[in-house]
Design a protein around this ligand. Structure first.
Ligand code: HEM
Length: 542
């Protein structure tokens, strides 16, 4: 009896031990899984130098501490190529002109695509544009788009651009003549202007934001002269702006976006749940995206069925190209057409508007630059003579230097995201397939090796006959990116910027408003933005 009791006890002890051991093993396996999940992306790039990482957060606390300057700070410490962990995801940051040439041009075939940051991965509207499409689909799309960007098309846009510029700046007369000398928030004016210009050029739609009336007063015509009601257009724009500003790269986005940064595997399931819960940011973003997509699809379908769509805007041109090229037809399905057209609105408005505002802001603080610029603009000819596309390219060399220097000073798109398609060596480090390689254009633009006294605003540093320009590395200043994947809108936006500045400075000069903070505060979204806007006092030239 006692013997069998002992046996029983022994078995129970054994069973308890076995289950204890298996529990311990299960816990250890889970821990190993979590650690493996957290450290797997790090492992492949561990040899690239970088600061110590915190599990889950990576180097996000450094981003919180230094803001947009974080990459300059780290480049000083770790050199031209270093690791930065966006949550779990390591980025290989390239902060050297020659290495940018290596990634963007010499090794393009191994690094042809962009990595898709977590805020974008939930939005098909953003993914189907040129920016995030990959490999052969991207090259077919890009070739078709480039074929519509002929110099003659750009030149034909001058009168359209000019008329929007004129109506956007009409109200400035009132502000400059008022005895109280009212200040204006110039950055709002420039966003309305840039959105209208690109709206017309991309969709053939007049959003009517630049008109002297307020947005809700503005009357707009969509397509074939059909009037649409005002709310619809301003609603569309508000949604567009909302959708843009929600694409944050830091920790202020929606819950699923934050999870995407920390534990990417959880992002999609959480997004699916959260978008069904009223009041969450995920629900709002989802609704906005759905709304935008269906409106765009509506415009696209209407234009597709329109036999007389003409060829004055990007959307119609793409459709014409699609019909004449067999390959493009299978690639440019209606959802992709909506996405690239919307992408134009997104890529063309915030960037150009930011650049225009920062140029005017910088000129306002530098009277010597202003008088040299005024002399060039006045010297061109009578003030009612609208420059042609050719004039803009060749007859305003100082204006070009001013724009370049403004873009260098406040680089609107300071990071360019790329991803390796196979194992490749960059800067002496072997990077596995799938590594995120980001080019730090903003760091290059402030590197004293290429730009002595980088904190000074000196347009003359871009004088083609000057010593500084001649000595500079050819890829030290690349605000529109580099190589086959560089910006397609470069000429478009330069044309718009030059026309706008010429028109403005023919009539006015500007001074910083006393209500403006110093130094200018910036916000780090998908592109750089002003935290509180650019406020200026307008003075009419006599
Ligand atoms: C001041 C204005 C602008 C700046 C600073 C700017 C900057 C950039 C940068 C840095 C890139 C990434 C390039 C790379 O990966 O190497 C890019 C790509 C792109 N930009 Fe712009 N951009 C501007 C205006 C525009 C405009 C007006 C449009 C449309 C008309 C546009 C459409 C695009 C598109 C579609 C791409 C993706 C190209 C591809 O992946 O093939 N951008 N832009």
């Amino acid at each position: 009896m006692e013997e069998s009791f002992q046996k029983l006890m022994g078995m129970e002890f054994l069973i308890t031990n076995v289950s204890l051991v298996s529990t311990v093993f299960t816990v250890l396996a889970i821990l190993a899984g979590v650690l493996g999940y957290l450290y797997a992306p790090y492992w492949g790039v561990r040899r690239v130098p970088g600061p110590r990482t915190i599990p889950f957060l990576g180097h996000l606390p450094l981003l919180a501490k230094h803001g947009p300057d974080v990459f300059s700070v780290l480049a000083k410490q770790y050199g031209p190529i270093f690791r930065f962990h966006m949550g779990r995801q390591p980025l290989i940051i390239v902060a050297d002109a020659e290495l940018c040439r290596e990634v963007g041009i010499k090794k393009f075939k191994d690094i042809p695509n962009r990595s898709i940051p977590s805020p974008i991965s939930g939005s098909p509207l953003h993914q189907k544009g040129l920016f995030f499409t990959r490999d052969t689909r991207w090259s077919t799309m890009r070739n078709t788009i480039l074929s519509v960007y002929q110099p003659s098309y750009l030149a034909s846009l001058v009168p359209t651009m000019q008329s929007f510029i004129e109506s956007a700046t009409q109200n400035l007369d009132d502000s400059s003549q008022s005895s109280k000398k009212e200040d204006i928030t110039f950055s709002n004016l420039s966003l309305r202007l840039a959105t209208d210009v690109i709206g017309q050029a991309a969709f053939g739609v007049n959003f009517g934001l630049s008109k002297s009336q307020s947005i809700s007063d503005s009357i707009s015509k969509i397509d074939n002269g059909q009037d649409k009601n005002d709310d619809e257009v301003s609603d569309f724009i508000n949604q567009h702006i909302y959708s843009t500003t929600q694409l944050k790269m830091d920790l202020s986005g929606s819950v699923s976006i934050i999870l995407g940064l920390l534990v990417p595997i959880l992002q999609e399931p959480f997004r699916q749940i959260l978008k069904r819960i009223p009041g969450t940011m995920d629900r709002k973003v989802d609704r906005t995206n759905q709304n935008l997509s269906s409106r765009l699809d509506g415009i696209v379908m209407k234009r597709m069925n329109d036999s007389e769509r003409g060829s004055k805007n990007f959307l119609s041109l793409i459709m014409n190209a699609r019909e004449s090229e067999g390959v493009a037809k299978s690639v440019f399905t209606p959802d992709y057409i909506s996405a690239v057209t919307y992408e134009h609105l997104l890529a063309g408005s915030a960037t150009t508007s930011f650049t225009l505002s920062s140029a005017v802001y910088l000129i306002s603080g530098h009277p010597e630059v202003e008088s040299k610029l005024l002399a060039e603009i006045d010297g061109f000819g009578p003030h009612d003579q609208i420059p042609t596309a050719h004039d803009l390219q060749h007859k305003f060399p100082y204006l070009e230097q001013v724009i370049k220097e403004a873009m260098r000073f406040y680089m609107v798109s300071p990071l360019v995201a790329r991803e390796t398609s196979r194992e490749v060596e960059v800067g002496g480090y072997l990077l596995p397939k799938g590594t995120w390689v980001w080019l730090a254009l903003g760091v290059l633009a402030k590197d004293p090796k290429n730009f002595p006294e980088p904190e000074k605003f000196k347009p003359e540093r871009f004088d083609p006959n000057g010593k500084e320009e001649k000595q500079r590395h050819p890829y030290a200043f690349i605000p529109f990116g580099i190589g086959p994947r560089a910006c397609i809108g470069q000429k478009f936006s330069l044309q718009e910027l030059k026309l706008s500045l010429i028109h403005l400075y023919r009539k006015y000069v500007f001074r910083h408003s006393p209500n403006m903070e110093t130094p200018l505060e910036l916000e780090y979204g998908i592109v750089l933005n002003f935290k509180k806007g650019v406020k200026l006092t307008v003075i009419k030239r006599t």
